[in-house]
Design a protein around this ligand. Structure first.
Ligand SMILES: Cc1cc2nc3c(=O)[nH]c(=O)nc-3n(C[C@H](O)[C@H](O)[C@H](O)COP(=O)(O)OP(=O)(O)OC[C@H]3O[C@@H](n4cnc5c(N)ncnc54)[C@H](O)[C@@H]3O)c2cc1C
Length: 398
C-alpha cells in the first residue's frame, strides 16, 4: 500500500479538499488540510447530489448520513414561467440510483466528520497566499509571511486557486452575461421532493426542498449586460430579486415574498485548467474546472476527482505517473460536463416567444413519446461510478 504514512498537504476544506483528504487517509496517508477560514462553515444554500456523487459519498462511508440529512429527490419538473404549465417531467425515482437535495452546510459537516474520523488534521486560519514549486517540493507562503514545505500538495482551493495559478498562470474569466441569486425560505407546508424549474425569457428559477422539507432552496438566474466582480457572497436586496421575477406566475412571486436575505453573484466562464499537476502538486474540484451551475455538477465532479486522485496515488508509487493517470482520467470528462452546463443556460432562456413555444413543444412531445428519454441523454453524467471503476485495493481504515 504505497500511501501508508505518506504526508499529504491539502489546501482548502471545501467539498473537494475534505473528500480527497478522507479518501487518502482511509488509504493510510497522513493528510493535513489547511483552510483559511476561522471555522469549517458553509453558506446557506442547497446542492443537488446526483448518483455519480452519491457513489463517492457511499464509498467514503457517508451513505447513511446522506440519507439522514438529504432529501431523496423524486423528479425534476420543467415549467413555463407564466402559468407554470409543465413542459417536461424527469422522473428521478427509477433506475439510475438516488438523487439528493442537501444543505451545503450539512454536506460539509458530514465530510469534515468523516475526515476527522479517518485521522485527517484540519488546520484553520491558514491562508496560503503563495505557492512555488521547485526541486520536487512545494513551498507555501502564508498571509502572515510564514513558509512551509510540502512533499505532496493538493490544491482544493476553489475558484481562485493559488495552486492552479502556480501550475497554469492566472487567466481572466469571461462574464457569461448572467447573474444568480440564491436564497433559503422556510416552507409553509408539505413540499414534494421535486426540483421545480420555471423557464422564462432571459431568466429561470429553480426551487427544491431541503432538511426534510423544512426549507426551500431558491436559485434564480437573470441575463445582464455588465457585472463587476466574481464571487459567492454579495448581499443583495430581496426587492431586486422580486422585481426581476415579478411577471412569473405559478406561486413564484408568493415564494419570493418570503425571502428576507439573498446573495447575488456573477457567473463567469473559466476554461478547464490545461495542467492539473506539476512535480509534487495537483489540483481538483473548482480549482481545476470551475463550472456554471446549470447542470448541478460542480460538487459532484469534485467528489469524483477526489476519489480518482486518491486511487491513482495509491496505485502508482511514482507521483508523476499517478498524477498523469489522474489527469488523463478526469480532464476529458470534466471538459464535457463544463461545456454541457454552459449550453444548458441557453436552453432555459429562449427570449423570442415563437422560439420558446417551439422548444417547449419539442420537449413536451419528446417527453410524451419517449418517457425517460430526456434523462437518458444524461446517463454518461449520472451513471458514472468512479468508486466501482477504482475500488479500494486495501481494506479501508475504520
Ligand atoms: C449557485 C450554485 C449552485 C450550485 N449547485 C450545485 C449543485 O446543485 N450540485 C453540484 O454538484 N454543484 C453545485 N454547485 C457547484 C459547487 O458548489 C462547487 O463546484 C463546489 O463547491 C466546489 O468545491 P471545491 O471544494 O472545489 O471548492 P470550494 O467549495 O470553493 O472550497 C474551496 C475551499 O478552499 C478554501 N481556500 C481557498 N483559497 C484558499 C487559500 N489560499 N488558503 C487556504 N484555504 C483556501 C476556501 O475557504 C474553501 O473552504 C453550485 C454552485 C453555485 C454557484
Amino acid at each position: 500500500m504505497p500511501l501508508t504514512g505518506r504526508k499529504v498537504t491539502i489546501l482548502g476544506a471545501g467539498i473537494a479538499g475534505l473528500a480527497v483528504a478522507t479518501a487518502l487517509a482511509r488509504r493510510g496517508a497522513e493528510a493535513v488540510v489547511l483552510e483559511r477560514s476561522d471555522a469549517i462553515r458553509e453558506v446557506g444554500a442547497g446542492l443537488q447530489i446526483s448518483p455519480n456523487g452519491v457513489a463517492v459519498l457511499e464509498a467514503l462511508g457517508l451513505g447513511p448520513a446522506l440519507a439522514a440529512h438529504g432529501v431523496r429527490a423524486r423528479a425534476v419538473h420543467l415549467r413555463d414561467f407564466r402559468a407554470g404549465r409543465e413542459v417536461l417531467r424527469l422522473d428521478l425515482s427509477t433506475g439510475r440510483g438516488a438523487y439528493h437535495f442537501i444543505h451545503r452546510a450539512d454536506l460539509i459537516e458530514m465530510l469534515a466528520g468523516a475526515a476527522r474520523a479517518a485521522g485527517v488534521q484540519i488546520r484553520l486560519l491558514h491562508d496560503i497566499t503563495g505557492v512555488t514549486i521547485a526541486d520536487g517540493r512545494a513551498q507555501l507562503t502564508t498571509a502572515q509571511g510564514a513558509q512551509a514545505m510540502a512533499d505532496l500538495l493538493i490544491g482544493a482551493d476553489g475558484l481562485h486557486s493559488v495552486v492552479r495559478g502556480a501550475l497554469n498562470g492566472m487567466a481572466a474569466p469571461d462574464f457569461t452575461g448572467q447573474v444568480a441569486w440564491r436564497a433559503l425560505v422556510p416552507a409553509t407546508g408539505p413540499v414534494a421532493p421535486v426540483a421545480q424549474v420555471f423557464m422564462g425569457p432571459g431568466r429561470h428559477l429553480v426551487h427544491y426542498p431541503l432538511r426534510g422539507g423544512e426549507l426551500i432552496n431558491i436559485v434564480a438566474v437573470e441575463e445582464r449586460e455588465i457585472w463587476a466582480d466574481e464571487g459567492w457572497n454579495h448581499d443583495d436586496a430581496p426587492e431586486n430579486l422580486r422585481r426581476a421575477f415579478a411577471d412569473f406566475g405559478a406561486g413564484v412571486p408568493e415564494l419570493l415574498a418570503r425571502v428576507d436575505h439573498v446573495n447575488l453573484w456573477g457567473l463567469f466562464r473559466h476554461p478547464v485548467a490545461a495542467r492539473w499537476h506539476s512535480g509534487p502538486a495537483a489540483i481538483l474540484g473548482d480549482a481545476a474546472h470551475p463550472t456554471l451551475p446549470f447542470l448541478a455538477q460542480g460538487a459532484n465532479m469534485a467528489l469524483e476527482d477526489a476519489w480518482v486522485l486518491a486511487a491513482c496515488l495509491e496505485r502508482h508509487s511514482d507521483t508523476e505517473t499517478a498524477f498523469a493517470a489522474y489527469q488523463a482520467e478526469r480532464r476529458p470528462r470534466t471538459i464535457r460536463i463544463v461545456d454541457m452546463a454552459s449550453k444548458n443556460a441557453r436552453n432555459y432562456h429562449l427570449s423570442s416567444p415563437p422560439l420558446r413555444a417551439l422548444a417547449h413543444t419539442a420537449l413536451r412531445l419528446g417527453g410524451a413519446l419517449a418517457p425517460g428519454g430526456a434523462l437518458k441523454r444524461f446517463d454518461w453524467v449520472y451513471a458514472h461510478d468512479v468508486a466501482a471503476r477504482y475500488p479500494l485495493t486495501a481494506a479501508p481504515m475504520p
